[in-house]
Design a protein around this ligand. Structure first.
Ligand SMILES: O=C(O)CCC(=O)C(=O)O
Ligand SMILES: [Mn+2]
Length: 234
């Protein structure tokens, strides 16, 4: 069901995803919060306030723990380049997906999680109804044009009671947000620089992915998209 305001803008939409009723709110004056699942939210522009500090901190992390292309357990190169900060970093190789407390490239602990990262993740989680989120892992995904991430669940963490907080920076991306089964129909939404998606609770294990990034030029980040995914992993 779609309701339109007098000027024709869509103000309310109800949609069905495999029997599940989702209520999406958008376009209400300056409304920037979109509910995309019972316990999932898209917080448009939520990270913009801290853009400068976020980008400075990101630069320091990448200088300390360089972006690298990981290999899937099946032997494929991932199209994104990744690194991490925080106590634990997500790694993938022939042995599988897991968290490690040291960067396998340098042998050193991952860079500490900057305060601006952890506080952004905690306030975004709080805005989505998840209080006291204390991430111990931040995965940095760098997408060049053409890079993508197939539909997957985030399930390498110990405790699924904590949400996922996902921050988009740079070039826009089409984000797929599916259901609890791979075959469930996925919602598609464009994520812009500064948008934050939070999902947890009954939605914690929903499939999600990113379509190939289109070429472009972002004023702050050039021809790339950066995603920061915050998790409580250990
Ligand atoms: O880049 C994104 O928006 C999603 C990244 C993601 O799902 C992941 O790293 O597990
Ligand atoms: Mn994921």
């Amino acid at each position: 069901m779609v309701f339109e305001s007098e000027d024709g803008r869509e103000v309310y939409r109800e949609t069905t995803l495999k029997g599940q009723n989702l209520v999406l709110f958008d376009g209400l004056s300056d409304a920037t919060t979109l509910q995309i699942g019972p316990e999932s939210w898209l917080l448009r522009g939520f990270a913009l306030e801290h853009e400068t500090e976020l980008l400075q901190a990101l630069k320091r992390i990448i200088a300390e723990a360089s972006l690298r292309q990981m290999i899937t357990p099946g032997g494929q190169n991932m199209s994104v380049r990744t690194t991490s900060c925080g106590r634990l970093g997500w790694v993938s190789d022939r042995k599988g997906y897991r968290y490690e407390d040291r960067d396998p490239v340098s042998g050193r602990p991952w860079p500490a999680m900057p305060d601006v990262f952890s506080s952004l993740a905690a306030t975004a989680a709080d805005a989505a109804g998840f209080s006291d989120f204390e991430p111990d892992a931040c995965l940095v995904n760098q997408y060049s044009p053409g890079a993508k991430m197939g539909l997957h669940q985030d399930k390498d963490e110990r405790d699924f009671s904590q949400p996922i907080v996902s921050v988009s920076l740079g070039l826009p991306a089409t984000f797929l947000f599916g259901g609890l089964r791979r075959s469930d129909k996925a919602l598609r939404m464009e994520l812009q620089h500064g948008d934050v998606v939070v999902w947890g609770g009954e939605d914690r294990l929903r499939y999600h992915g990113v379509l190939p990034i289109m070429a472009g030029r972002h004023p702050a980040l050039g021809n790339q998209r950066i995603n920061l995914t915050f998790r409580k992993a250990g």
